[in-house]
Design a protein around this ligand. Structure first.
Ligand code: SF4
Length: 295
């Protein structure tokens, strides 16, 4: 079966895909550049959902602003496209109000760790039962390639043309120290591992965090020696080292030709989640969560 898809007035023919029911096909083609890794993350997320026993209507995806933020618009789910850096607090409210939902935030590194960095650490500290996938392309891609909190030291961007002098966040270390139940990092090349990590995140009760390193050829790649669509993927293949038990204080990411990229499922531990603690508090005090703040 085929269906027409329009692209700026041109009509194209697309054949039916097994994942079509999960995608808003009328929104295609997507906006992402050739060689971008965001579509891979979208496909991994959708594949993980199709293997889950969670009813379709219980899955929610929340995104922020930027290239990765467009993911919400392509998913045939209950999705929310929120303001810049605020996807996590939005998701927190939803997960606390409706704990039966499987809430994912999928957003870029600028959204999650720079503009929304404070929300990230506090959601991890509270161990809110949400799942956060941070697509890290090392810069603000959509707005032309500005540096941010994940831009490696000495990397060049539009706003650090002579090299970045700001130390980047080592986000898995940060989130683990704050208290997350699950912490992983893979690259867009590790499609199977990303899909499996997302499935595991759905099983975790508490804050689950996955960083996916992703190519951004026209901005970060162009400035740092990876301008062609597959250059950064080739680098990921050659320089990634799987170390699930890594000392997280040592896993900062740099993208120089000789730098190692440590990937793995680093943290998987049991801690009481925020909604479990609220439920226990309500049972102990006899007050509902709204009344708890009135005393
Ligand atoms: S600018 Fe970078 S992150 Fe944005 S769509 Fe293009 S390749 Fe992807």
């Amino acid at each position: 079966m085929s269906r027409p898809v329009t692209d700026g007035g041109r009509e194209m023919i697309a054949t039916k895909h097994p994942l079509d029911p999960m995608i808003r096909a009328e929104r295609l083609p997507n906006i992402w550049c050739p060689g971008c890794g965001i579509g891979i993350v979208l496909a991994a997320y959708v594949n993980a959902l199709t293997k889950s026993t969670k009813p379709h209507e219980k899955n929610v995806c929340i995104s922020g602003i930027g290239c990765t933020g467009r993911i919400a618009g392509y998913l045939n789910l209950d999705t929310y496209h929120t303001t810049h850096g605020r996807a996590i607090p939005f998701a927190t409210g939803m997960a606390v109000a409706k704990p039966d939902l499987e809430v994912f935030v999928i957003a870029g590194d600028g959204d999650i760790s720079t503009i929304g960095g404070n929300h990230l650490i506090h959601a991890a500290r509270r161990n809110v039962d949400i799942n956060v996938i941070m697509v890290n392309n090392f810069n603000y891609g959509m707005t032309g390639g500005q540096h941010g909190a994940t831009t490696p030291l000495n990397a060049r961007t539009h706003t650090s043309p002579y090299g970045n002098v700001e130390s980047p966040f080592n986000v898995p270390y940060l989130v683990s120290a704050a208290g997350a139940s699950f912490v992983a990092r893979w690259t867009a090349l590790h499609v199977i591992q990303v899909t499996k990590a997302i499935k595991r995140m759905m099983e975790i009760k508490g804050f689950a965090f996955l960083e996916v390193l992703s190519p951004c050829p026209p901005t970060y790649g162009e400035y740092n020696g990876y301008p062609a669509a597959l250059d950064m993927m080739k680098h990921f293949r050659e320089r990634s080292v799987v170390d699930n038990g890594a000392d997280l204080s040592t896993v900062s990411v740099a993208t120089g030709a000789d730098d190692r990229i440590v990937v793995g499922n680093f943290v998987d531990r049991k801690r009481p989640s925020y909604d479990e603690l609220l439920t226990e508090l309500q049972a102990r005090t006899g007050k509902k969560s709204g009344a708890l703040t009135e005393a």
